[in-house]
Write a protein that binds this ligand. Structure first.
Ligand code: BTN
Length: 269
């Protein structure tokens, strides 16, 4: 990624062997990897590391199992054996991206994950739901949690339903989620998938810095909500409107009875 010179890549002790760390270091922009067997949340772990000024970036934290995965807002992220959960700590300013662009960073990651999973699923239809859910067959395939630290570093957390089965999932997850393996019947090599995802995240972040309109055009092409009537909780208001796609700054565009409005935040319900 622009601004990063990868010298002396770091493997961390206490490695979990389920990922081939050397391949990640050789084939992606990541400079340091912490691959761990079981931790509460890769985002929490990466945030702790990235708070240290000496932390080597971009840092990938990947867990074979998460016991307290977090989603956006107060949501939890359910993960089970076979799911892929990881976080990337990174300094956007080194890539020419400023803090005001964080909705677009989140969109860039969603586009990368949607395109990567579509490629892995032999072109099966994968799209996005604003702000950054990755969907297939009307169900959630991957979730993304972007967090900004006080020192202006970002942690990009990605949870992908990969080889896991939904059999043991809570009922509310079973009805709303899908795994890549469910879609294709294929058992995936998690390192192959991580390499694909990280390479595409890097490409989309570079595109955001160089040609943000192209990134937003791709996000609009992947947006599955266009022309659908959506209801958005925005502060104390509940707003209903027909989705007109995603604005150049990453906001959601809704055609409401009072005209077109752009929402930088809000929860769809
Ligand atoms: C969402 O859909 O609300 C976002 C879910 C993000 C889940 C991932 S799993 C890896 C990383 N660690 C976490 O605790 N959360 C993110």
């Amino acid at each position: 990624m622009n601004g990063y010179v990868k010298k002396h890549p770091i493997r961390t002790a206490a490695l979990s062997p389920f990922i081939q760390v050397d391949r990640i270091l050789a084939q992606t922009f990541v400079a340091a990897v912490e691959s761990l067997p079981t931790i509460p949340s890769t985002n929490d772990w990466a945030k702790q590391r990235a708070a240290e000024p000496s932390c080597r970036l971009p840092l990938l934290v990947v867990a074979q199992e998460q016991t307290a995965g977090r989603g956006r807002g107060a949501n939890r992220w359910w993960s089970a054996a076979g799911s892929l959960t990881f976080s990337l700590a990174w300094e956007p300013e080194r890539s020419g991206i400023d803090l005001g662009q964080s909705p677009l960073v989140s969109l860039a990651v969603a586009v990368a994950v949607a395109d990567a999973t579509a490629a892995l699923a032999s072109g099966r239809a994968v799209g996005i739901h604003w702000p950054n859910d990755v969907m297939a067959q009307g169900r959630k395939l991957a979730g993304i949690l972007v967090e900004v630290l006080a020192n202006r570093r970002y942690v990009l957390g990605i949870g992908l339903n990969l080889n896991n089965t939904l059999a043991g999932a809570p009922p509310e997850v079973q009805g709303r989620a899908v795994t890549l393996r469910d879609l294709t019947g294929v058992a995936y090599d998690p390192t192959d998938v991580l390499v694909e995802l990280l390479q595409r995240v890097e490409q989309r972040i570079l595109q955001l810095a160089a040609a943000p309109a192209d990134l937003v055009a791709r996000a609009n092409a992947l947006c599955l909500q266009r022309d659908r009537t959506l209801r958005l909780r925005w502060g104390d208001e509940l707003i209903s409107g027909r989705c007109a796609g995603i604005a150049p700054d990453g906001s959601l565009l809704l055609d409401t009875p009072h005209g077109r409005r752009a929402f930088a935040s809000g929860v769809l319900c």
